[in-house]
Write a new protein. Structure first.
Lengths: 110, 117
């Protein structure tokens, strides 16, 4: 069965620091890849999606993600975080059904 | 703007009760999904539906059933609630697009936090 692992459960960093969240999956075929974000008290919302094409994709709010097929990875990055980026981030992989990672809680200190 | 609504934000039920969670989407999406969200486990798929009256088991269907009588509405049913079903339940919907059920992103509702005592 496919699985998705996110490397960190909790990340704490200061404003203006760079953020990188790791995501690896176990599925050998073609997949769609997503990062979703859940801000405190809000709906889960799409941050980035990758279906095909350029493996470096830009999402909303200054986030980007890089798909490395050989490493089965889809890591999320932001060069300079803000306090408002405090949220839980979920990586998801979709060969057919959507499978989510366990999530990473990010706390940005002002 | 896609809107997915769920009938309750918070629900408290007793063990053994029958529980209905309702989800409605207003964008004429073909596909609808029910997940449960637990700390450290992310979201796990319970059931999904790609058409009216059609349903498919997800990864953790045990103890749950679903109903889709109308395209816009997808109900999750706990026949006899148990304490291990205490969780946050999220509904989602998506278009089929060219790729069928995997063709497009899913839009999520606000969630129902269910506590079974």
């Amino acid at each position: 069965a496919q699985s998705v692992s996110q490397h960190n459960h909790h990340v704490i960093l200061s404003e203006a620091a760079s953020l990188e969240l790791g995501c690896n999956y176990s599925y050998g075929g073609t997949v769609n890849l997503f990062w979703y974000v859940q801000y405190p008290g809000q709906h889960l919302q799409l941050l980035i999606k990758y279906f095909s094409g350029d493996p470096l994709v830009k999402g909303i709010k200054g986030f980007e993600a890089e798909f490395i097929k050989s490493k089965f990875s889809f890591n999320l990055r932001k060069p300079s975080v803000q306090w408002s980026d405090t949220a839980e981030y979920f990586c998801a992989v979709q060969p057919f059904k959507l499978t989510f990672g366990g999530g990473t809680r990010v706390l940005v200190k002002p | 703007d896609v809107k997915v609504t769920q009938s309750s934000r918070y629900l408290v039920k007793r063990t053994g009760e029958k529980v209905f969670l309702e989800c409605v989407q207003d964008m004429d999406h073909e596909n609808m999904f029910w997940y449960r969200q637990d700390p450290g486990l992310g979201l796990r798929l319970i059931y999904f539906s790609y058409d009216v009256k059609m349903k498919e088991k997800g990864d953790i269907p045990e103890g749950y059933s679903v109903s889709r009588e109308k395209k816009e509405r997808f109900s999750l049913i706990l026949e006899s609630a148990s304490t291990n079903q205490t969780s946050m339940y999220l509904c989602a919907s998506s278009n089929s697009g060219r790729g069928g059920i995997r063709g497009s992103e899913q839009y999520f509702g606000p969630g129902t936090r269910l506590t079974v005592t």
